[in-house]
Design a protein around this ligand. Structure first.
Ligand code: PGA
Length: 256
């Protein structure tokens, strides 16, 4: 089963509306996007942006076949949840995907396996593509718990989900995020292969083989080719390097 590679930028709490037009102009030019009509069929590109940027980013990205994603959502569609954002709100802005359970949300904002599971179900019900993030901390890796932690997180996120639709998983070892210390391609592949096994066990060979698993954590133009050459790595979730249009363009080209 051929999986289309995905390069997803995660802008975290960065950028202002006034930077968007310049960013996307440089990015598309640098990829060579307008010179090759087939690019948007050969790779999925997406940017997870802060809520204030969604409405202006969508018309700059979507007409070129690039998705804009949220970085987090609430599982309820409306209500007394000060500071939260709902699926109808992001879809109204033209957003078609969302990160769920990023380790920064688990670490600083009390996201748990249970809230990840609720959000994942809500996103699928709303036809919004969930990109569910999982990954072990350094302590867990050093204690030999990587497989156990990742497996628990994957199972919890997918519990009760019979049809995963276009769900994407992102394996992001916490110790590799924003540290400049990426997992080696072999370290990442080992965990990706285990995740692939779990997916096949749960959904069967065909669906289990079609779900994309991205790697995230200090992915850059210099290590992306190595990472993408691994059998079970279907793309990358990119923080720091996605803020620089030329760097991210190089990474997209590596995925073509
Ligand atoms: P990084 O972030 O590429 O800056 O390490 C990745 C992420 O947090 O998604």
């Amino acid at each position: 089963m051929k999986r289309v590679k995905m390069l997803a930028g995660n802008w975290k709490m960065n950028k202002l509306n006034r930077e968007l037009a310049g960013f996307f102009a440089t990015f598309f030019e640098s990829v060579g996007w307008y010179r090759d009509e087939t690019i948007s069929d050969r790779i999925d590109v997406l940017f997870a942006v802060p809520a204030t940027l969604m409405a202006q980013a969508v018309p700059l990205a979507e007409p070129n076949g690039v998705r804009i994603a949220a970085q987090n959502i609430h599982w309820e569609s409306a209500g007394a949840f000060t500071g939260e954002i709902s699926l109808p709100m992001i879809t109204e802005a033209g957003v078609t995907a969302t990160l769920i359970g990023h380790s920064e949300r688990r670490q600083y904002f009390a996201e748990t396996d249970e809230t990840v599971s609720r959000k994942t179900k809500a996103a699928l019900n709303a036809d919004v593509m969930p990109i569910v993030c999982i990954g072990e901390t350094l302590d867990q890796r050093e204690a030999g718990l990587t497989q156990e932690v990742v497996s628990r997180q994957v199972k919890a996120a997918l519990e009760g989900i019979e049809d995963p639709k276009d769900l994407v998983l992102a394996y992001e070892p916490v110790w590799a995020i924003g540290t400049g210390r990426s997992a080696t391609a072999a370290q990442a592949q080992e965990v990706h292969a285990e995740i692939r096994q779990l997916l096949r066990a749960k959904y069967g060979q065909s669906i289990g083989s079609s779900i994309r698993v991205l790697y995230g954590g200090s992915a850059t133009p210099s290590n992306i080719e190595d990472l993408l050459s691994q059998k079970d790595i279907d793309g990358a979730l990119v923080g720091g390097a996605s803020l620089k249009p030329d760097d991210f363009a190089k990474m997209v080209r590596a995925g073509l």
